[in-house]
Design a protein around this ligand. Structure first.
Ligand code: PBG
Length: 328
């Protein structure tokens, strides 16, 4: 006979549960995303994301200060420019919204890790993540390689303005290699790349597109983002991004794709980021407002699940709230 194993011995009280817990969430894990718009004194709530705002830079600085006081060490910036055009020129201007914000934020908070989204969808009038071109058959497509030249310029302009990490999110083939080359050539060998390696073509991005005014004006993103039915393809994407020089690889969205996070954790040795996206935030908020869920507990449980699946870094609109909850 085996001696009787009683798992409950280790669940008896909080102290013993704390001792044997495998996954402990900390504020060090979080990256806090922010939407920046032009102008002054602007704090405009996003309808489908209560508690998330578009900030003008002056107000954003106050919010960032609060985040730092809560122990948050990294932020991710999205720009909402006033000017958009066909090729997203405002994404790489020296006086662009993100470039100005970077200089100010890094000057004010030098220890804060500032990560920037490198994509064109907020800057193009058509809302796609790349440059469009007409095929001979008259179809409109994204020109992958032409897009690479523009996003390399965007990434370089962010590095020049002080970004610690650039995060290309457009899912263009070869984007990491092209950005690495551009950064290295200009001497920014220390600027890291966090690649949106496995970005699914997901309906969970809906609220973000309202926030960032980046919904495609026609069609969808299926020709560049990953098919939600695919798993092995994530392995291929990760292999490529790592070969191309990505420092951190990302899975997005997070909760619906925990299996993918775990697969990457088990097969690759790079830090893995997971993005708890706008739709995940909106679901938790909406259900909590209806009193269907206990918001505070669900926030922490969702983030813990993402970490347990294997994420080292978690991008979440709940970052500040979660940091507060962890202090209790
Ligand atoms: C842009 C980008 C998107 C998100 C982050 N970067 C949207 C998209 O692909 O349409 C989504 C983030 C979120 O939903 O919170 N390339």
């Amino acid at each position: 006979m085996f001696p009787e194993y009683r798992p409950r011995r280790l669940r008896k009280n909080q102290a013993i549960r704390d001792l044997v817990r495998e996954t402990t969430l900390t504020t060090d894990d979080f990256i806090y995303p922010l939407f920046l718009c032009e102008g002054k004194n602007i704090k405009q709530e996003i309808k489908s994301m209560p508690g998330v705002y578009r900030f003008s830079l002056d107000i954003a600085l106050e919010d960032i200060k609060e985040a730092i006081e809560l122990g948050i060490k990294a932020i991710l910036l999205f720009g909402i420019p006033d000017q958009k055009n066909n090729i997203g020129t405002s994404a790489f201007l020296k006086e662009g919204i993100i470039q100005r914000a970077l200089r100010t934020i890094k000057n004010k908070f030098p220890d804060l890790i500032v990560i920037t989204d490198v994509c064109l969808c907020e800057y193009t009038s058509h809302g796609h993540c790349g440059i469009l071109h007409k095929t001979r058959g008259g179809k409109v497509e994204i020109d992958n390689d032409e897009t690479l030249e523009v996003i390399a310029k965007v990434a370089l302009s962010h590095a020049e303005a002080g970004a610690d990490i650039v995060a290309p999110s457009g899912m263009m083939d070869g984007m990491v290699a092209r950005i690495r080359e551009a950064l290295d050539e200009a001497g920014y060998t220390e600027t890291a790349i966090m690649s949106y390696t496995v970005k699914y073509c997901s309906s969970f991005y809906g609220p973000f597109r309202e926030a960032a005014d980046s919904a495609p004006k026609f069609g969808d993103r299926r020709s560049y983002q990953m098919d939600p039915g695919n798993f092995i393809e994530a392995f291929r994407e990760a292999t490529l991004d790592i070969q191309e020089g990505a420092d951190i690889i990302m899975v997005k969205p997070a909760m619906p794709y925990l299996d993918v996070i775990r697969m990457l954790r088990d097969n690759f040795y790079h830090p893995i980021a997971a993005y708890q996206v706008s739709g995940e935030y909106a679901m938790i908020k909406a259900a909590s407002q209806l009193n269907y869920l206990d918001e505070d507990r669900v926030i922490l449980e969702s983030l813990q699940a993402i970490k347990r699946a294997g994420a080292d870094l978690i991008i979440s609109y709940f970052a500040k709230k979660a940091a507060q909850l962890l202090k209790r």
